[in-house]
Design a protein. Structure first.
Length: 241
């Protein structure tokens, strides 16, 4: 039997990369799927590719919009079994080049919005339910130029444990997947020289594939992971060793 048969799932940032691949896998595993995205063009393309998925236009950086997302999920599904918090941005630059507006943009998108989406979804979650947070290897390795991005992801990884302690009595498990460099649009658009520089940091000598992260998210979303609570699964080819 498919591992997510009958589960109702929301994937934020589901129009490309890890989010889109996870949506494909969830559908293949029997889930009913909704995705969010900001670009109408990308949402239309995802709708065409995914077929039965529900698409929700939402600004990932606007905390006030998260109530609208929760309302649409309640209308579409009634309740929610799985949430994959995936939407985010990765701005990398030296500390001297940051300003307050860019700093706030990263934290609003990567930490504040997901936090308030979770808050809005609390009455919608089924019991049991699974939340999977897309973290990052960056808080573990001290990579130059990643100070703000790593801080936003460290905040979300921290929520994996604190919200687990708070929500497990409600039947909600919270876990995280933290990936190394994955061949998504973030990296596929880089020059061969830039890609080669990244590959030198990866013990496996290659980028990871979105499917390798989606596999882990399927596990954490499924009943196979019913005893997995507050865990962070590092999928980084050993970069954090």
């Amino acid at each position: 039997m498919p591992r997510l048969q009958g589960k109702r799932a929301l994937i934020t940032g589901g129009t490309s990369g890890i989010g889109l691949e996870t949506a494909r896998r969830f559908l293949a595993e029997g889930a009913r799927v909704a995705i969010t995205g900001l670009s109408k063009t990308a949402l239309d393309a995802a709708r065409k590719e995914l077929g039965d998925a529900i698409v929700i236009e939402s600004n990932a950086g606007d905390a006030a919009e998260q109530g609208k997302v929760a309302d649409e999920i309640r209308t579409a599904f009634g309740q929610l079994d799985v949430l994959f918090i995936n939407a985010g941005i990765a701005e990398l630059k030296p500390i001297g080049q940051w300003d307050a507006a860019a700093f706030d943009r990263s934290f609003n998108t990567n930490a504040k919005r997901p936090y308030f989406l979770l808050q809005e979804l609390l009455p919608v979650f089924a019991n049991p339910a699974s939340v999977v947070i897309n973290g990052s290897v960056n808080p573990h390795i001290g990579m130059p130029t990643s100070s703000v991005y790593a801080a936003t992801k460290a905040a979300m990884i921290s929520l994996t444990k604190t919200l687990s302690g708070e929500l497990i009595s409600r039947g909600i498990r919270v876990n995280a997947v933290s990936a190394g460099p994955i061949m998504t649009p973030l990296h596929s658009g880089k020059s061969k020289e830039e890609q080669a520089a990244f590959i030198k940091q990866i013990p496996a000598g290659r980028f990871g594939q979105p499917s390798e992260i989606a596999n882990a998210v399927v596990f954490l979303a499924s009943d196979e992971a019913a005893f997995t609570v507050g865990a962070e699964l590092l999928i980084d080819s050993g970069m954090s060793l």
